[in-house]
Design a protein around this ligand. Structure first.
Ligand code: PLP
Length: 504
C-alpha cells in the first residue's frame, strides 16, 4: 500500500524524517494558500449574502477548512480513490449484492448532454428521445420477464419491493380483499423482503427451508390462509439454488387467491432463458445493478424497475408513458395508480445505462449473461469444494455458499477468512448470509470475470485454507497489508473516530 516518505528541512539540510501513510488534506494545508479565487463581482455578491444573514447566525470564527492548491486537492482525492477496492480495480465476489463490471460506454452515453441536461418540467414533445428510451426499456423488461406492466420509477431493489407491494395492496383493495395482509417469506430471503412488507403495513410470515435449501412445501401449506396476500420468493434463492418446486409453490399460492412476488435480485442467473411469469410470478423487481450493470445504488440512487401482470398494471406508479404510434407522452390519467414513488421519472441516467447495456448485448448477448454467470460460479465452486464445506450440493446457479465450519474448528472464522482475502488484493465475499448457513461465505463471481481471475482467487482461498489448517493465527491477524490493518471492531463500533484529529 502506498506510503509517503516525509522529507524535513533542518538547518538548511534535507533529511528523511519518517515514513507515514499519505498525508491527509489537512496535513497538506498551508496558511494562505488557495486553489481558487472568486472574481471581484462574485466576492461582492458573497459579501452581500453574508451581510444579509442575521449576526446571530453567522460563524464566530473561520471554518477550519484546509488551505490547499488545486494540485493538492487532485492528489488527495486520487490517493483516496486508491485506498478502497472496487470492481474496476479487483475481483469483487460479493454474493447476493452482485458487484459486476459496468461497461464504460454506459457512462459515456448516460453523460451525453441530451440525457443528463433534460429538465423534468420540459414539455414531452421536446424529449421524445428520452421517452422512447423509457418506453423501449420497459418493453424489453416486459418481454424478458413475461410481465408486461412495467414501472421504471423505483430507485433500488428494496424500493421496487415496496412499490410492488403497494400495487398489490391497491389491487386487493379494489377487489374488496383488503383483509389480505400476510406475506409469506422463506428464511433464505434478503432482509429487505420482510422490511418492505412491514413498511407497507403488511405482516411477514417466516417459513423455514427444507433440508435441500428450498422452500419447505409442507410448512408453506400450513401457513396459507384467507389472509395470505402473497409469497415473496427469490429464485434462484440466496443459496444460489433454483427453487425447483416453483410450479407447485405458485399453484398453492394462486389456489389460495394470493400472488407470487419474485425478488428478482438473482435474475442474472436466468435472464433470457426463463421468463418468471412462466413459473408463476405475478410481480417482481429487477435490481438492474445486478442484471444489467449500473453502479449499485446503495438502496437509493440506483434503479429497481418493477414488472407486473396485466391485471396489476393499472395500479402502477403514475404517470405512465404512452406511445400512440407517432409520439410519446405522459399519461396522467391513471385513476387506480398508487401515485408517485419517486420524483419525476426516477433515475434517468440509470435507465439509460440499462438501455445501453441491453441494446449492446442484444437478445443473444442477454442469454449469455445467464450462461456465463452460472458457468463461472460452478467453476469456482468446483475449485473450492475440496478445501471448504459446501452445505447444499456441488451444483449452483450464479452464486454459491460455502461454510467455514472446518476452519472455525481450526481457529479461523468466516470473518477472519474474509479479512485475510484482503491481503491478496481481493474484495471479500459476503459473510454470514444467508443466516441459515453457519460461518457462511457467499460467493458470486459474476459473468464478467475471466477464468484466470477465478483461478487466482481460488488459489488465494486454498492458501487461506492451508494456513488455517497449519496455524490459524496466520489468518486471524489479517489484514496486514491494507491501509488500515486489523482493528478492534468493538471499539470501532462503540467509540468511532469520526473526524480527522487535525480538522477540529
Ligand atoms: C436477494 C436480494 N433482494 C433484495 C435486495 C435489495 O436490493 P437493493 O440493494 O437494490 O435495494 C438485495 C440486495 O443486494 C438482494 O440481494
Amino acid at each position: 500500500m502506498s506510503q509517503r516518505i516525509k522529507i524535513a528541512q533542518k538547518d538548511g539540510k534535507v533529511s528523511v524524517e519518517e515514513r507515514t501513510s499519505a498525508a491527509s488534506i489537512f496535513e497538506r494545508s498551508v496558511p494562505g494558500r488557495t486553489g481558487f479565487s472568486l472574481p471581484a463581482e462574485s466576492a461582492d455578491t458573497a459579501k452581500k449574502v453574508d451581510d444579509a444573514i442575521p449576526a446571530r447566525f453567522r460563524r464566530k470564527s473561520r471554518a477550519a477548512l484546509p488551505e490547499v492548491g488545486e494540485l493538492d486537492v487532485v492528489r488527495h482525492f486520487t490517493h483516496l480513490s486508491t485506498r478502497t477496492l472496487g470492481v474496476d480495480t479487483t475481483f469483487y465476489p460479493l454474493g447476493s449484492c452482485t458487484m459486476k463490471y459496468n461497461p464504460k460506454i454506459n457512462e459515456d452515453i448516460a453523460a451525453l448532454p441530451g440525457n443528463c441536461h433534460v429538465h423534468p418540467h420540459q414539455p414531452a414533445d421536446t424529449m421524445q428521445g428520452l421517452l422512447k428510451v423509457y418506453h423501449d426499456t420497459a418493453e424489453i423488461l416486459g418481454k424478458l420477464t413475461g410481465l408486461p406492466g412495467v414501472s421504471l420509477q423505483p430507485a433500488a431493489g428494496a424500493h421496487g419491493e415496496f412499490t410492488a407491494l403497494l400495487v398489490m395492496k391497491a389491487y386487493f383493495e379494489s377487489r374488496g380483499e383488503a383483509h389480505r395482509n400476510e406475506v409469506i417469506i422463506p428464511d433464505t430471503a434478503h432482509g429487505t423482503n420482510p422490511a418492505s412488507a412491514l413498511r407497507c403495513g403488511l405482516e411477514a410470515v417466516n417459513i423455514q427451508s427444507d433440508s435441500r435449501g428450498r422452500v419447505n412445501i409442507e410448512e408453506l401449506k400450513s401457513r396459507l390462509g384467507p389472509n395470505t396476500a402473497c409469497m415473496m420468493i427469490t429464485n434462484p434463492n440466496t443459496l444460489g439454488l433454483f427453487e425447483d418446486q416453483i410450479h407447485e409453490v405458485a399453484e398453492l399460492i394462486h389456489a389460495a387467491g394470493a400472488l407470487i412476488y419474485l425478488d428478482g435480485a438473482n435474475f442474472n442467473a436466468i435472464v433470457g432463458r426463463v421468463r418468471p411469469a412462466d413459473f408463476g410470478a405475478d410481480m417482481m423487481h429487477i435490481n438492474v445493478h445486478k442484471t444489467f450493470s449500473i453502479p449499485h445504488g446503495g438502496g437509493g440512487p440506483g434503479a429497481g424497475p418493477i414488472c407486473v401482470r396485466d391485471f396489476l398494471a393499472p395500479f402502477l406508479p403514475a404517470p405512465h408513458i404512452k406511445f400512440d404510434g407517432t409520439s410519446y407522452s405522459f399519461d396522467h390519467n391513471c385513476p387506480q395508480s398508487i401515485g408517485k414513488v419517486r420524483s419525476y421519472f426516477g433515475n434517468v441516467n440509470n435507465v439509460m445505462r440499462t438501455y445501453v447495456y441491453l441494446r449492446q448485448l442484444g437478445e443473444e448477448g442477454v442469454r449469455q449473461i445467464a450462461s456465463y454467470a452460472v458457468l463461472n460460479a460452478n467453476y469456482l465452486l468446483s475449485l473450492l469444494a475440496g478445501a471448504y464445506d459446501v452445505p447444499f450440493g456441488r451444483r449452483c446457479m450464479h452464486e454459491f455458499v460455502i461454510n467455514a465450519t472446518r476452519q472455525k474448528n481450526q481457529g479461523a472464522r468466516a470473518m477472519d477468512i474474509a479479512k485475510k482475502i484482503l491481503d491478496y488484493g481481493f474484495h471479500p465475499p459476503t459473510t454470514y448470509f444467508p443466516l441459515i448457513v453457519p460461518e457462511a461465505l457467499m460467493i458470486e463471481p459474476t459473468e464478467t470475470e475471466s477464468k484466470e481471475t477465478l483461478e487466482l482467487f481460488a488459489a488465494a482461498m486454498l492458501e487461506i485454507a492451508r494456513l488455517s489448517a497449519e496455524d490459524s493465527s496466520q489468518v486471524t491477524a489479517a489484514p496486514q497489508s491494507t491501509p488500515v490493518t486489523r482493528m478492534d471492531e468493538l471499539a470501532a463500533a462503540r467509540q468511532p473516530v469520526l473526524s480527522w484529529p487535525d480538522s477540529k
